[in-house]
Design a protein around this ligand. Structure first.
Ligand code: ADP
Ligand code: MG
Length: 914
């Protein structure tokens, strides 16, 4: 995993730009929309789980607020001006953006936001107005207020809080100015102002106004939970002069006490308490929001008293005290010295995380601050830092303390801006549109069904009634015909009977046989006629029946037809229903996507928190590595605290997984792709994730993005991620074997944006540091690509190019020493020398330093000497050996010059003394 040797100028991440990219929604952040330039006052906090908040908050209806945090940078002091002359400050402030960049190395920094960023030029007046004035104003309104300074010894806590400014009024610190404002606002007839001044050292409270009083107890009101130090001297203040005298007295006593105890004042906390008691006119208070619900309000007579307490705390130096107990302390003493400060850190952590238990009782400091810190108080914290890169670690931990403190109370935090939020929002809108459209379609579909149904019913009804009418008509007609026929038959029967009755002579008794015969003949004829007629009737009847049957069949077939059309109506219903189901499943899919995105969001914020927590642990080396342990750590945490939210984050983290994130690199939506690549880049910035990313094919995907994407942002972010992955030797080989150098060269040739070029150059520079890849890198155009990027004159890009050249030259010189490389340098072959010589004395120190090293490495190989002489590099080497500010480089170039016969000869020829 090691990079190739100490000579590889380790590259960092470009997290800084990521963080900034990530928060385009800054303006929508409530934090940045705060009123005016000053820290807005943070109103009394609703008493949440076990916070430092007093249970007896008198104003529960107050505005929820949070601890406001300003960072102040001390200017370089005389020592730093000399010692750090060659180095940049470890921080860069962007006061207008309220941002602070903490440099990690040459080209990489982390960005943090604060409520206020105060540069080294900030005046004491401005610092007071921004940090303290809102708190003082609320104290005058009857709230408790706290102003604290936190930071390493020597960074300006006392300067900020305690300067008396007698020699220079402009230098007055917060304590003095606060009292001026208080005295200007109160009326000495009706109000009172009194102060105590205490020191807390090794869990003992000493009275700075009365040194004999050196072990003052903290008293807690069992009912209200309010804390006080009734044993402390309380001095009534009536004018500014006596207050300044009191402060001076306190300082003197503090100095004496510390001398006696053989300690430094930097190890103790100084606490100034100002009690302001004011009588308020009933009229005023009736309008005020507090106590406003008292029914007696209107009847109260003028003297209502408001008590505000201002606590100003000049904390002990935040630097870690030597555990071995230097300064003549035993280990126990060392622990005790730090106890209050570390307890404060723990409480702030617990409050920031909304933890159920806040260990307020662990120290005197946290008990003292119980009712003024985070509770009913408005609290401002100023964290002080110095510029020196030598104290980067302490500065970083101070910054992290400030960042956590900002979360205390209402936690207005930056991760949500991750742009995923707006994406999720957009998808939400889309989803809503689909839902609305779906609802409209469903309604239309239901209406259509209803219409078809009604129509079918009507037709069926109509036909049924027609049919019934027709049947009835037929029936009546047949009945009538039948009756008619019967009637006719009866008539005929009657007729024939009459006929037979008048000739009632038996046939056989007749004498006249012929007559008999003719009678028989005529009856025979009429019977035959009758039969014929009956037959005709029958036929007619049959015919009618047939038509009726046909009619019935006809109607039946029509009914069948209607049934069919109803069935087809049904199939249409089915079709619409199917469409409905499709719609629903599409909706479900979108919701799933949103869930994934949200989980990624959660994961990111979780990552950010985790990083914060780790940094917070101060790089103690106890940081578990690997994604799995990260998850298990979270799980473990869950078991400990039963914290459901953590558990769900861990679950989501597992569910989403790297694979899913990587697959989003190929998403259709360009936004999703950009976000995904940012996530991957952020993950790649952590060494512990790199192997997993590569294993999961992330490196290949990133290279694909360079090949296939047109988007500059994607190029920049992907190149940054590749640069990070390229810090590791195995990955360097993988990048090369996948044609990475070609892709990086292509990206370099097409990019305009200096940040993209910086990332690409950084990646190539890392590859340049690998001994095994020298030949391939060169033959695939790596050096040419690097040199091509100097067209962009941005110092960051040039620094990376220089770093790459230095890395390459170092590997070459190593190879030459081992005898594996002969002939002149590939850098010289590829025409790098003119640029190297031109920039050997570049005014930007990162560029200059790398080039100086590159020249020394090149000069170590005799085969390069001739070219270097003709290219003017000898002059530069001579200059370096004389003037370079860094002794090691000076010595190296001197040694190189003296050991090369060619250089020696040339120097003799030119009579350069050496
Ligand atoms: P701390 O109380 O944090 O140990 P000090 O307030 O004693 O630090 O400051 C250390 C030194 O730096 C002092 O000499 C102080 O005058 C100087 N100093 C601190 N802050 C500033 C500033 N903003 N401007 C000029 N000098 C400063
Ligand atoms: Mg101090």
């Amino acid at each position: 995993m090691a990079t190739s040797g100490g000579g590889n100028y380790r590259n960092g991440t470009h997290k800084s730009s990521m963080k900034v990219d990530r928060s385009p929604s800054l303006s929508s952040n409530p934090k940045s929309s705060v009123k005016s330039k000053s820290l807005p006052s943070s109103g009394p906090r609703r008493n949440s789980t076990g916070s430092l908040a007093s249970g007896a908050a008198k104003d529960n209806a107050g505005v929820p607020g949070r601890v406001r945090v300003a960072v102040r940078l001390r200017p370089r002091n005389a020592e730093e001006l000399v010692e750090d002359a060659d180095f940049a400050d470890c921080v860069e402030l962007q006061p207008e953006l309220k941002r602070l960049k903490l440099r990690k190395n040459n080209w990489d920094s982390d960005t943090y936001e604060f409520d206020e960023v105060l540069t080294e030029f900030a005046s004491q007046k401005r610092v007071y107005e921004v940090v303290a004035k809102p708190v003082v104003e609320s104290v005058l309104d009857g709230y408790n207020g706290t102003i604290m300074a936190y930071g390493q010894t020597g960074t300006g806590k006392t300067y900020t809080l305690g300067r008396l400014g007698e020699e220079d009024t402009a230098a007055r610190g917060i304590m003095v100015r606060a009292m001026e404002d208080i005295l200007a606002d109160v009326s000495l007839e009706t109000d009172s102002v009194s102060v105590s001044y205490l020191q807390l050292y090794m869990e003992t409270i000493q009275d700075l106004l009365d040194p004999a009083n050196d072990n003052i107890p903290i008293v807690e009101d069992p009912k209200t939970g309010d804390v006080s130090v009734p044993g402390a001297t309380l001095v009534e203040i009536r004018d500014q002069h006596s207050f300044v005298e009191l402060l001076r007295l306190g300082e003197a006593h503090r100095f004496a006490a510390n001398t006696k105890l053989n300690t430094e004042s930097s190890r103790s906390h100084a606490i100034l308490m100002v009690h302001v008691k004011r009588s308020v006119k009933a009229k005023d208070s009736a309008f005020s929001s507090e106590n406003g619900n008292s029914p007696h309000m209107k009847t109260l007579k003028p003297s209502l008293v408001r008590k505000g307490k201002l606590v100003v705390v000049d904390l002990a130096g935040s630097e870690r005290i030597d555990k071995s107990g230097s300064e003549g302390h035993t280990l126990e003493e060392a622990k005790s010295i730090n106890l209050s400060l570390s307890a404060l850190g723990k409480c702030i952590n617990a409050l920031a995380e909304n933890s159920a238990h806040v260990p307020v009782r662990d120290s005197k400091l946290t008990r003292l601050l119980k009712d003024s810190f985070g509770g009913t108080a408005r609290t401002s914290l100023v964290i002080t830092i110095g510029p020196s890169p030598r104290h980067r670690g302490e500065t970083a931990s101070t910054i992290m303390f400030g960042q956590r403190a900002m979360k205390v109370e209402n936690m207005l935090k930056l991760k949500e801006e991750f742009d995923y939020k707006s994406l999720a929002r957009r998808l939400d809108i889309q989803l809503d549109k689909l839902i609305a459209e779906h609802e409209r379609q469903q309604k239309a579909f239901e209406d259509e069904i209803e219409r078809i149904n009604v129509e079918a019913q009507n037709r069926i009804f109509e036909f049924e009634s027609n049919h019934a009418d027709a049947l009835e008509k037929e029936r009546l007609k047949y009945q009538k015909d039948y009756m008619d026929s019967i009637k006719k038959l009866e008539e005929q029967l009657v007729k024939s009977q009459q006929k037979n009755g008048s000739e009632k002579v038996p046939v056989g008794l007749r004498e006249d046989g012929s007559a008999l015969t003719s009678n028989t003949e005529s009856s025979k004829v009429s019977a035959a006629e009758e039969v014929a007629e009956l037959k005709k009737l029958l036929q007619k009847e049959n015919l009618l029946r047939k038509t009726a049957e046909e009619e019935v069949n006809n109607l039946k077939s029509q009914i069948a037809q209607w049934k069919r059309s109803e069935a087809s109506g049904n199939s249409e219903i089915l079709k619409l229903r199917k469409m409905l189901e499709d719609e629903a499943s599409q909706k479900e899919k979108l919701e799933g996507e949103i869930a994934i995105l949200q989980s990624q969001l959660l994961q990111l914020s979780f990552d950010a928190d985790e990083t914060t927590r780790r940094l917070d642990r101060g790089g103690s080396g106890k940081v578990p590595s690997g994604l799995d342990s990260l998850i298990s750590q979270v799980k473990h945490h869950q078991q400990d605290s039963g914290n459901g939210e953590k558990a769900s984050i861990a679950k989501l983290f597992e569910q989403v997984g790297l694979q899913k994130i990587l697959s989003l690199l190929e998403a259709e939506d360009a936004d999703v792709r950009i976000h995904a690549v940012k996530v991957v880049a952020n993950l790649a910035a952590e060494e512990m994730n790199q192997e997993k990313i590569v294993e999961a094919g992330g490196l290949t995907s990133l290279l694909m993005l360079l090949r296939n994407s047109e988007d500059e942002t994607i190029h920049r972010v992907a190149a940054g991620a590749i640069a990070n992955l390229a810090m590791n030797e195995t990955n360097q080989e993988l990048i090369m074997s996948q044609g990475g150098i070609g892709l990086l060269s292509m990206t370099a040739a097409n990019a305009e944006d200096p940040q993209t070029l910086r990332m690409v150059a950084g990646a190539i520079a890392n590859l340049c540091g690998n001994d095994k890849l020298q030949m391939k890198l060169r033959s695939e155009g790596g050096i040419k690509a690097l040199l091509g990027m100097v067209r962009c004159r941005h110092a960051d890009v040039l620094a990376q190019v220089a770093r790459g050249i230095a890395n390459f030259a170092k590997c070459e010189s190593r190879a030459a020493t081992q005898g594996t490389k002969t002939g002149r340098s590939l850098l010289i072959e590829d025409g790098a020398l003119p640029w190297i010589v031109q920039n050997a004395n570049n005014e930007a120190s990162p560029i200059r330093r790398h080039i100086e090293l590159a020249l020394c490495h090149l000069a170590q190989h005799e085969a390069n000497a001739k070219d270097m002489i003709s290219g003017g590099a000898l002059w530069e080497l001579v200059r370096i050996s004389r003037d370079c500010a860094r002794e090691d480089i000076r010595t190296l170039s001197h040694r190189t010059l003296t050991s090369s016969p060619t250089f020696q000869a040339e120097m003799r020829r030119l009579r350069i003394g050496h």
